[in-house]
Design a protein around this ligand. Sequence first.
Ligand SMILES: Nc1ncnc2c1ncn2[C@@H]1O[C@H](COP(=O)(O)OP(=O)(O)OP(=O)(O)O)[C@@H](O)[C@H]1O
Length: 563
Amino acid sequence: MTGLVRQLRPVAGLFLSGSRAMLIAGVLLSVATALCGIALLGLSGWFITATGIAGLSAATALAFDVFVPSAGIRFLALARTASRYGERLTTHDATLAVLAALRERLFRGWAQPGAARDLVKRPARLLFRLTLDIDALDSLYLRVIVPIIGACAVALAAGVVLGLMQPLPGLSAAGFLILAGAGLPAAAAVAARRPARRRAHGLEVLRSRAIDLVSGQTEWIMAGRLAARQDGLAAADRYLSESDDALNRIEVRTGAGFAVAGALLLAGTLVAVALLAESGTIGAPVAALGLLVTLAAMEPFAALRRGAVELGRTLIAAGRIAPRLASPLEAAGPVAPPAGVAARLEDVTVRYPGAARPALDAITLTIGEGERIALIGASGAGKSTLLGLLAGEVAPQAGQVARRAATLLTQRTELFQDTLRDNLRLADPRADDARLIEALDAAGLRDDTEALPNGLDTRLGEGGHGLSGGQARRLAFARLLLRPTPLWLLDEPTEGLDGMTARDVLARLGGSAGDRTIVVATHIRREAEAAERLVIMDRGTIAAIIARGEPGFQAALATLRPD
Ligand SMILES: Nc1ncnc2c1ncn2[C@@H]1O[C@H](COP(=O)(O)OP(=O)(O)OP(=O)(O)O)[C@@H](O)[C@H]1O
């Protein structure tokens, strides 16, 4: 039980802190709907019976007031429709607002240094966290909390109505309603825990295997393993069907339980009101009212059935999402360095999880504003890690990092199946076409774009399909120009380009940088030639820093790979 509370607390906290007023309004409207429902049925039963009896003689027929009860019935019918409408609107609005806030929280959590790296290793899982798991949480409020409160209110109202006739039947009916009405869903929730867990797991496996099979078809065929993969997919499907089957059985059994409990309650009430009517304590119309109120009182509990069966899945989702919600988010933005400094690292150590030695070991480095720096050193020396640190993508385990806002340009250009315009606008969503063309011009891609029949509206394929490697790199460079950050971090920006294109890109980079600070990590001489200082890295430490004009500068450049 305490585990359950711990699991639900972060998610419940988000529900309560988000739109508390709306959530409470939703619950109140649901209670009003349920109460109007039983009042409507009870009053209608009373009215029909009373009218029938009054019609037996002319005197009573004339004296009987049909207007007040029929106005009451009309009022209750309208009130029930209005409160049901309001309830649907409020509860769904509040839930969707909470889920939207939850998605944002999760995205922010995964944007923390290092957090996304773990999930990117399992992209299918990342997708499930953002879709299925979040969607599963909507049933917590809509199908569990709201119906429970509504059903309890109805049980109390039914108890009061019967209790006014005679306390014992009232107490017994309310007690039975709460015991059977809440007990059956509780039993269903306990029984559904295991199959719900199996279903959630099965769905993940099925989707991952389906994606694997489709994306790796050629490789599976060449390795002669396609049939085995198909068998694996079929096995996952069977596993999922079995758990679906088990959940359906539980839901049907619970439904049958409600039918039996409802019939028992009705039979008991029938006997009680018959005895009361017999003894003259109540009249026939009141007896009809009591009977119909009891009939209606079981219905809200039956609505809990679905939420109870889904509760297992909801709890798994809450448990998976909770750790990301519990971790504190990074303070807004990086720590700013003093004036005239673009970045300052003091005794900074970075160690990747499971690594034997740190990728950066107590590094101290100050980079002045407007400086051009090249990080050089053997593969694995820590250059990319240092750039990641300056970009805020890698978190230090020790030491202080102060830096200005930075943009990191790596060899990998993330391009999406979208128009050229929207691919560029990722860098600045407010940029107009004139500004995009200006950036393309500076990146040396304007002529190529204008030669395309659809210009900026040209759709790129997945991963930038339709552009050459050089064009994709220039597009990444155009994006860099659209981001107004004072610090540019370039990780081997021209690797893989032919000499002429590479020099053109470098010249344009230098020309457009203005007074920005540039830090480039490189093995290639042409990329380090414009640097004012060379930072030579060796196994996670800074072995030397040599400024242009100092002895050893040219010799260090000469160690780099020529074009
Ligand atoms: N995501 C990671 N997880 C674990 N270890 C990592 C990770 N990234 C880098 N490393 C390790 O950290 C050390 C520094 O790597 P880094 O990529 O910073 O070096 P580099 O100098 O940029 O190398 P290269 O020139 O080959 O790009 C290496 O030992 C590397 O194996």
